[in-house]
Design a protein around this ligand. Structure first.
Ligand code: ATP
Ligand code: MG
Length: 454
């Protein structure tokens, strides 16, 4: 049997309802904050990532899925979204259409890392980017969006870390102090970090090797090297977070994995995740648009790691499963044929109905109804059709009622709406219920289905 590629995974039906719920919630939140969706391709020219992410980052050095196309072009499966969003922003002149451009995008990313819990070779991100705003309030607003999202999902044990990486001038001064410090630590650093020491020393802060982490504990802090403008920018970000009552920890070792960050950086951590505890990260990257050939536009953004969010929410997956509402147990040829029509009519009216096509005993059909977890079952045989009434059974209370065959679907649909059998998060039914106060009573009486009020 041919199996999954290592580090890749299937998301099975038992989990997709939760994924859909989270994606819809974040989408709605971002749109309320003025973001519009941008859909970008999965494949880009390799140069785009090499130039934006930085050639001395782990991603570009060893994690990209790169191949040569038949035409000889070097192409790469996107390892992150910001580079593509910036490319699209420049390529379509979005900056000319609106001085402030807020975009979001969602989808899979590809990095050839060592697969482990919380680390996959194809994983999913939700990205938000704001272009055109220098103001530190843009950074704070973006963090507010992110933390509101975490709050709405009721994620346990979430911590926000923030830092400022300053501007190129601050960083050059800081690197001057970092180099002699690192010289004293050469025996404690891994071979990767020793290589980074010359090319990109700040990346050492991001190393996950415990000895390197320990060696960097007493490293100098970038926050002591910020120029006045960067310092005041950071102060406003912090003040704005205080104003929104968003708790945060200042972490001067937070550098993020990509080269293009300036000033504010942030990361959201969830202790429950263990080693791979970052659920989201982001920050300001003022130089990137210009570096990729666009105008000198500032930018700030974040990426949420959706797989890790799902891991935190896994225990709740079952409650989001979309079960059928209704099962029709049909006995006899004529009854099955009628049920086949009813099932389709129910579905078209947004009631999730199921039946067995095969000729099975009532007992076996009721067992299937139980397994599907439906709230109601309709029981119909040829005799019920002749008598003009079928049995409507509440699977929880075991109560049974007779429903007339004439206009059965309409009556049951009304009855189900008004007896509130549908889940409260089902918007269609909710709004229908709210605006149809008059119909409510009628539905109960006509259908003979008893709701809680009648
Ligand atoms: P980490 O420190 O865990 O390697 P990162 O700094 O490489 O994360 P980013 O590039 O900032 O991550 O991506 C943003 C988010 O995407 C991360 O916070 C994480 O939740 C998620 N993420 C990154 N790499 C992976 C992966 N290989 N598998 C699953 N999720 C990932
Ligand atoms: Mg990483």
């Amino acid at each position: 049997m041919i199996t999954l590629v290592r580090g890749f995974k299937d998301i099975l039906p038992a989990d997709t309802a939760l994924w859909q719920h989270v994606e819809a919630m974040v989408r709605e939140l971002l749109e309320d904050f003025g973001f519009a969706e941008l859909r970008i391709p999965i494949l880009e020219q390799t140069d785009l990532f090499a130039r934006s992410i930085g050639t001395s980052t782990d991603i570009v050095e060893k994690e990209m899925y790169t191949f040569t196309d038949r035409s000889g072009d070097s192409l790469t499966l996107r390892p992150e979204a910001t580079a593509s969003v910036v490319r699209a922003y420049i390529e379509h002149g979005l900056y000319a259409k609106n001085p402030v451009c807020k975009l979001y995008t969602t989808g899979p990313m590809f990095r050839r890392e060592r697969p482990q819990k919380g680390r996959y070779r194809q994983f999913y991100q939700i990205n938000a980017e704001v272009f055109g705003l220098h103001d530190p309030r843009a950074d704070a607003e973006l963090i507010l969006v992110l933390m509101t999202c975490m709050g709405r999902l009721e994620l346990p044990g979430i911590v926000l870390h923030i830092n400022s990486l300053g501007c190129p001038e601050c960083r050059s001064k800081f690197k001057g102090a970092l180099k002699p410090f690192l010289t004293g630590k050469v025996h404690e650093l891994c071979s990767n970090c020793l290589r980074r020491r010359d090319k990109n020393p700040m990346r050492i802060f991001d190393c996950k090797v415990p000895t390197c982490k320990k060696a960097m504990l007493d490293a100098p802090s970038i926050l002591d090297y910020l120029c006045e403008t960067c310092q005041s920018h950071f102060e406003t970000v912090k003040r704005s977070l205080d104003r929104f009552q968003i708790p945060y920890q200042i972490n001067h070792r937070l550098v993020r994995g990509l080269d293009y960050y300036t000033r504010t950086t942030f990361e959201v951590l969830a202790q429950a995740l263990g080693a791979q505890d970052a659920v989201a990260g982001g920050g300001r990257y003022d130089g990137l648009v210009k570096a990729l050939g666009g105008p000198d536009q500032p930018a700030v953004g974040f990426a949420i790691g959706v797989d890790r969010l799902m891991e935190l929410l896994a225990a709740r997956a079952q409650s989001f499963e979309k079960r059928p509402h209704l099962f029709i147990a049909a006995l006899g040829l004529r009854a099955r044929d009628t049920a086949f029509q009813w099932v389709q009519d129910f579905r078209i009216q947004r009631v999730r109905a199921e039946m067995d096509f095969e000729n099975r005993s009532l007992k076996s059909q009721m067992r299937r109804a139980d397994k599907l977890g439906v709230s109601y079952t309709l029981i119909v045989g040829d005799r019920e059709l002749d008598d003009g009434a079928v049995v409507f059974r509440n699977m929880t209370t075991k109560e049974q009622e007779n429903v007339p065959v004439q206009d059965l679907v309409e009556l049951v649909v009304l009855g189900l709406h008004f007896s509130r059998m549908r889940a409260p998060r089902d918007k269609f039914f909710c709004s229908y219920f709210l605006v149809s106060g008059v119909l409510f009573g009628v539905g109960c009486q006509v259908s003979g289905v008893r709701c809680k009020k009648h």
